[in-house]
Design a binder for this molecule. Sequence first.
Ligand code: AMP
Ligand code: MG
Length: 330
Amino acid sequence: MKSKYILGIESTAHTFGIGIVTDKGKVLANIRDTLKVETGGFLPRDAAEHHYNIANEMLQNALKTANIDISHIGLVSFSQGPGIGQCLHAGASFAKYISLTLKKPLIGVNHCLAHIEIGKLTTKLKDPLSIFVSGANTQIIAYKNGYYRVYGETQDMGLGNALDQFGRELGIPFPAGPVLDKLYFEGNKYIELPYTVKGMDLSFAGILTSAKMQIGKHRKEDLIYSFLHTSYAMLLEVVERALYYSKKKEVMVVGGVAASKSLRTMLESLGKQRKVKLGFVPLEYAGDNGAMIAWQGYLQYTKGHERQTLKQTKTNPNQRLDSIKITYLK
Ligand code: AMP
Ligand code: MG
């Protein structure tokens, strides 16, 4: 790759993102747009349609922000999976079109790996135990012998989705996470809710159902406090054991829920007790974004010398990060 500019395209769910980064890890542009929904969830085809419609306009904006011409791009990177099939396709076909017309290499990357690597780049942690908490995902991950290993994960829904669904029931519009996070600090009574840790894995379906059924029976703030406190305690129990198994000395939080102040408060006390260094991905890179995809593409292509044929760039809605051989870490 002669050019130092990498283009990253993110489209795993309802957010479409375009990022431009340099080979030194400097982010020149990172713009995104999320499909807006009035009530309930979103339909995959509506999100894909949103991505197709907005893609070119966003690319032009990103190039303008980065102050470069499209011909300066040296590598095109996109989210290959995991994600929603139709959404992934929208980003992948746009990336393929750009790569073919510019005659520049194309690389499909794992979305979850990208969350972790942008976290490491921005928090400057070297080899952390990662808590990856987003809408769809909840995993505790650490690197070992050529692979990122999943030490524990949710068996049903991601924590962010559980928060959003609970919020929806309380009449809080999507995404409810940030609002619940504020109201947490107004709660002062703990209401007992199901605490489900199975081995190293988690489940949020039970606590969600129970919390929903108790709406109206308690002060809203107390119920929110109890819901967040219980689910974060479950998460931290697994983190604590994963720290023991993995022997890592750093803990990093990535994904949209990394913005949570209440999670941070609880984690800080664990950090003190266990004497581990903590890092939280900055807000701009916490949710889905194109810059992290660009950076992941750079790592795999330039540091890891990976090359993909067009066939190998096929999208994969169920791609797991622990199935991917890591080529770019020593
Ligand atoms: P992502 O899937 O990575 O884009 O993250 C989006 C998820 O993060 C949504 O479920 C949001 O509700 C959640 N989220 C965002 N900010 C916060 C916050 N301050 N506290 C808790 N959850 C949050
Ligand atoms: Mg994500």
